[in-house]
Design a protein around this ligand. Structure first.
Ligand code: ADP
Ligand code: MN
Ligand code: MN
Ligand code: MN
Length: 347
């Protein structure tokens, strides 16, 4: 039997926003993808004099582009002593997820992005601007929609790879789109976002189109690109009070979170275009101008999840999900402890 191709995908050390890298390893049929390595001096992850970095597989799935027995192999980056590299944000995400595993946290992430044709958004005129925003969101028709064939190929690829993609839609700015991954637990949701991003970039190559996660790809009266992060614990899925407590906890930790929600967050969170200003925290039912939204169905059903609308499209999902788990699960663990103690009758 012939060998298969494994595409090793990893996150590099580019600042301020890490980039995806990948290379191919040909592996004998029947063998699992082994630990591998790369030249960290070419990815801002090591000095040339001591350049070896380790690729340790964390998520392996079928390669929907090459098909057959070929695989995609998402890796975390380790130092040669097998400890996490400074650029490896997954390790801390795993630690937080394990610490609060009993709360059964799950996330659904809405990844927005923008297609570019050279230096302009896909479908935009060579000179000037398209008609103002209003008809493009969830639109239909060749005067409003640009790149749908790529979006279809991408969602098919995510499904074939076994990712938990839950939907796609055209966004408010023409050429801008969204896909959602989840709800699944951390770090899986973040692993799948990174693989889905890689598939998007790779598939768009075939149309000579690039996809960008720039949080504000066009200045002015055009929507930015975010990564709304929907979150719940088992307690939140069972009753309303923990949903409110989680939103309050996010408010108390606003400063800590906002600076780790993606580079250029002040360009996107201006207080306009369905955003709350980056310097202020707010939450509310159905409020798309709030930092955190409690969906109306959640208020009606008195249970469910909350939506953190602050993360930029270019955020690191390992970092964002770690922060939310630490802040919200930390607060919910504290509020659960005294309640349990009170339930014990005094002897
Ligand atoms: P919006 O109305 O904000 O555009 P979307 O439908 O795009 O909402 O995304 C909602 C996301 O919330 C989906 O990814 C979905 O999987 C996720 N979600 C639904 N229920 C939960 C839950 N209980 N916990 C976490 N995420 C959830
Ligand atoms: Mn959405
Ligand atoms: Mn959206
Ligand atoms: Mn949303």
């Amino acid at each position: 039997m012939s060998p298969y191709k494994a595409e090793y995908i990893w996150i590099d050390g580019t600042e301020p926003t890490n980039k995806l890298r990948s290379k191919t390893k040909v592996i004998p049929n029947g063998e699992e993808p082994p630990v591998w390595g790369f030249d960290g001096s070419s990815t801002n992850q090591a000095p040339g004099s001591n350049s070896d970095c380790v690729l340790s597989p964390v998520y392996v799935c079928p390669d929907p582009i090459r098909g057959g027995d070929n695989k995609l192999v998402l890796c975390e980056v380790l130092l040669p002593d097998m400890t996490p590299h400074a650029s490896n944000t997954r390790a801390a995400c795993v630690a937080a997820a394990e610490k609060y595993a009993d709360q059964e946290a799950i996330f659904g992430i809405e990844q927005e992005y923008t297609f570019f044709d050279g230096t302009k958004p896909l479908g935009w005129p060579d000179n000037g601007f398209p008609a103002p925003q209003g008809g493009y969101y969830c639109g239909v028709g060749s005067d409003e929609i640009f790149g749908r064939e790529i979006v279809e190929a991408h969602s098919d690829a995510c499904i074939e790879a076994g990712l938990a993609i839950s939907g796609t839609n055209a966004e408010v700015m023409p050429g801008q789109w969204e896909f959602q991954i989840g709800p699944v637990p951390p770090p899986q949701v973040a692993d799948e976002i990174w693989i889905a991003r890689w598939l998007l970039y790779r598939l768009a190559e075939d149309w000579d189109v690039s996809a960008t996660l720039d949080p504000k790809p066009v200045k002015g009266d055009w929507n930015g690109a975010g990564a709304h992060t929907n979150f719940s614990t088992r307690a939140m899925r069972e009753s309303y009070e923990p949903c409110v407590q989680a939103a309050e906890a996010l408010g108390a930790a606003h400063e800590l979170h906002i600076h780790q929600y993606g580079d250029g967050i002040d360009r996107r969170l201006t207080g306009q275009h369905e955003t709350a200003h980056w310097s202020q925290f707010s939450y509310g039912v159905s409020d798309r101008g709030a930092s955190v939204r409690i969906p109306w169905q959640v208020a009606r059903d008195q249970k469910g999840y909350i939506e953190d609308r602050r993360p930029n499209a270019n955020m690191d999902p390992y970092t964002v999900t770690r922060l939310i788990v630490e802040t919200c699960c930390g607060a919910l663990a504290q509020s659960a402890a005294p309640a349990a103690a009170q339930a014990v009758p005094a002897s």
